[in-house]
Write a new protein. Sequence first.
Length: 161
Amino acid sequence: MNLKEQIAYFRGLINGCSLDKETKEGKLVSAALDIFEALVKEMETMKKDHEELEEYVESIDHDLNELEDEIYEDEDDEDEDDDKWDEDEDELEMECPSCHEIISFDPDEMMDEDSLLNITCPNCGAVLFTYEDLDDDDDDEDDDDDLLILGEDDEEDEDDE
């Protein structure tokens, strides 16, 4: 039974008791019943307003999702093209600057016990990437010194040595 039905039932009980509305008790019960009815009406109005607002918010959310899809669709496509990580296999791809061969590798598997990562081209043997994790206590030096990426010019210098 909803609130409106309960109020109607309560009103029927009061009328069945033959309470005189001119007595103090009759006036009190009648006023309380009127307040209950006003509260139920106000709650029904608020419930209806809430449902309308909920529908409106869902509509706005749906429109926002469509707008995000339109705006970010182009960026997602660009990100997928630029992304060098294969999410399924966690492999990195690099192009050899010497022979232009595409090399795929998993960096985690290429680390040895000394935390040294050395990537060479299997086609021409050129060193593409070297990373050495030095555990020195020298905090003054830049960590950038640990990373060395060789290009075509650097490889020629190494060959001369």
